[in-house]
Design a protein around this ligand. Structure first.
Ligand code: NAP
Ligand code: MG
Length: 403
C-alpha cells in the first residue's frame, strides 16, 4: 500500500511521562505505517524545556502560527516536587498557558461518544462541546481580607488623570473584597472563536451569563457576543440553518440538562472551569475527551484533555503492565490530521483521520478497552487490554477499514 502524502507540515509537540510513551506507540503503530508523516517536531518534554529555558515552548507556539495546525502531547506543569525530580533551573509556567498566551484562543472540549459508555444524563444523545473563555475574571483577580470597619472602593485613574470611584461596601464588621476585570478585545476574540468553531462543526451556539445581576460586566459579554454575531456571522449561520442563542446562565444550565446535546456551550472562564468537569464526568471519563485550542486567527492546536498520567508512568518504569487509555491522544492526532487535510485540500488525509477514529471506536464497541473504561462500560464481559494491546487492537480494526 502506498503511504498517504502530506504537502504541509503540522507542528508536533511531544510531552511527558505515560502520554509520551503512548505518543510513540501511536506514531509507530497507527500513523507511520500509513502516512508519510510530515511534522515539525518540538520536544516539550520537561527535560528539554529545562535545557532550552522553555524557549522550545515559545518556538512551538510560533511554529503553530506559521503552519496553522499543531498536535500536542500532555506535559508536566512543574511544581516544587518536579523541581527536585527534574533538577529544574526554575519553575517554568504551564506550557498550555504559554501557548494560549501566544495564540490567544478559546479551548473547546467535547466528549468522545461511543456505544457502551453511556452518559449519566439519559437524554444526552450527542456530544456537548464546552467552549471556555480562557482569560480574566477571578483567574486574574485581586482580593483581600478586611479585618476592621472601613470602606472598600473601586478606583480607576485614567492616564490623563481622570478618576472614577465606586463604593464596594462600607464594612462595619470584618469581611472579604475582590476586584477583577476582563478585556473587550479578549471577549471579542472569544466570541469569534465560538462562532467560527460553530460554522466549522455545524453546531448551534448557546451562551449564558448573568447580565440581570451584573449589569455592566456580564452585560458587556452579552452585548459583545450579540454585536459580533450580527455584524459578522448572522448571515452565515442562517445559510447553514444554525442558531445563536443567549440566555441567563441558570436558564442555560436547566436547558442543557434537558437537551439532547449536539451544540456548543460557550462559558465565561469560571463557568467553563466548573461546567466542563460536570459535562466530562457525566459523559464518562476525562480520557474520552477531545480538546482543541482555536485562535481568533484560525490556528488550531489539538490535545487530550487529561494530564501525563503520572501514576501509570511510574508503574511502567517499574516494568509493570499499564492499561492507560490512549483514545484522547489518538483523537488529538486525528483532529490535527483532518484539519491539515482540510486546509491543504488533502482528501486522503481527511479520510484516514475518519477511519482511525472509526477503528478506535469500533475496537471499544467490540468490547476491547483499557481498564478505566471497563470499569464503567455497559457492555457485558469487556476484555481489559494493556496500553500496547489496545493500540494494536485499534491497528487491527484500522487494517480492516483500510482494505
Ligand atoms: P492526569 O494525568 O490527568 O491523571 C489523573 C488520574 O486520572 C490518573 O492517575 C488516572 O487515574 C486517571 N487518568 C487520566 N488520564 C487517563 C488515561 N488516559 N487513561 C487512564 N486513566 C487516566 O492528572 P494528574 O495526575 O493530576 O497530573 C499529572 C501531570 O499532568 C501533572 O504534572 C500535571 O501538571 C500534568 N497535566 C497536564 C495537562 C496537559 O498537558 N494538558 C493537563 C492536566 C495535567 P488512576 O491512577 O486511578 O488510574
Ligand atoms: Mg476545573
Amino acid at each position: 500500500m502506498e503511504k498517504i502524502k502530506m504537502t504541509t507540515p503540522l507542528v508536533e509537540m511531544d510531552g511527558d511521562e505515560m502520554t509520551r510513551i503512548l505518543w510513540k506507540m501511536i506514531k509507530d503503530e497507527l500513523l507511520l505505517p500509513y502516512i508519510d508523516l510530515n511534522t515539525e517536531y518540538y520536544d516539550l518534554g520537561l527535560a528539554y524545556r529545562n535545557e532550552t529555558d522553555d524557549q522550545v515552548t515559545i518556538d512551538a507556539a510560533e511554529a503553530t502560527k506559521k503552519y496553522g495546525v499543531a498536535v500536542k502531547c500532555a506535559t508536566i506543569t512543574p511544581n516544587q516536587a518536579r523541581m527536585k525530580e527534574y533538577s529544574l533551573k526554575k519553575m517554568y509556567k504551564s506550557p498550555n498557558g504559554t501557548i494560549r498566551a501566544i495564540l490567544d484562543g478559546t479551548v473547546f472540549r467535547a466528549p468522545i461518544v461511543v456505544k457502551g459508555i453511556e452518559p449519566c444524563v439519559r437524554n444526552w444523545k450527542k456530544p456537548i462541546t464546552l467552549a471556555r473563555h480562557a482569560y480574566g475574571d477571578i483567574y486574574k483577580n485581586t482580593e483581600f481580607y478586611v479585618d476592621k470597619p472601613g470602606k472598600v472602593e473601586l478606583v480607576y485613574t485614567s492616564e490623563d488623570g481622570e478618576e472614577k470611584r465606586a463604593l464596594v461596601q462600607e464594612f462595619k464588621t470584618p469581611g472579604v473584597a475582590m476586584g477583577m476585570h476582563n478585556m473587550e478585545a479578549s471577549i471579542e476574540s472569544f466570541a469569534r472563536s465560538c462562532f467560527n468553531y460553530a460554522l466549522d462543526t455545524r453546531q448551534d451556539v448557546w451562551f449564558g451569563a448573568k447580565d440581570t445581576i451584573s449589569k455592566t460586566y456580564d452585560a458587556k459579554f452579552k452585548e459583545v457576543f450579540q454585536k459580533i454575531y450580527e455584524d459578522e456571522f448572522k448571515e452565515k449561520f442562517e445559510e447553514q440553518g444554525l442558531v445563536y442563542f443567549y440566555s441567563l446562565i441558570d436558564d442555560i444550565v436547566a436547558r442543557v440538562m434537558k437537551a439532547e446535546g449536539g451544540f456548543i456551550w460557550a462559558c465565561k472562564n469560571y463557568d467553563g472551569d466548573v461546567m466542563s468537569d460536570m459535562v466530562s464526568s457525566a459523559f464518562g471519563s476525562l480520557a474520552m475527551m477531545t480538546s482543541v485550542l482555536v485562535s481568533p486567527q484560525g490556528y488550531y492546536e489539538y490535545e487530550a484533555a487529561h494530564g501525563t498520567v503520572q501514576r501509570h508512568y511510574y508503574r511502567h518504569m517499574e516494568g509493570k503492565e499499564t492499561s492507560t487509555n490512549s483514545v484522547a491522544t489518538i483523537f488529538a492526532w486525528t483532529g490535527a490530521l483532518r484539519k491539515r487535510g482540510e486546509m491543504d485540500g488533502n482528501q486522503e488525509l481527511m479520510e484516514f483521520a475518519d477511519k482511525l477514529e472509526k477503528a478506535t471506536l469500533t475496537t471499544i464497541e467490540d468490547g476491547k478497552m483499557t481498564k478505566d473504561l471497563a470499569l464503567i462500560t455497559s457492555l457485558k464481559h469487556p476484555k481489559v487490554l494493556s496500553s500496547r494491546e489496545f493500540i494494536l487492537a485499534v491497528r487491527d480494526s484500522l487494517n480492516r477499514l483500510m482494505k
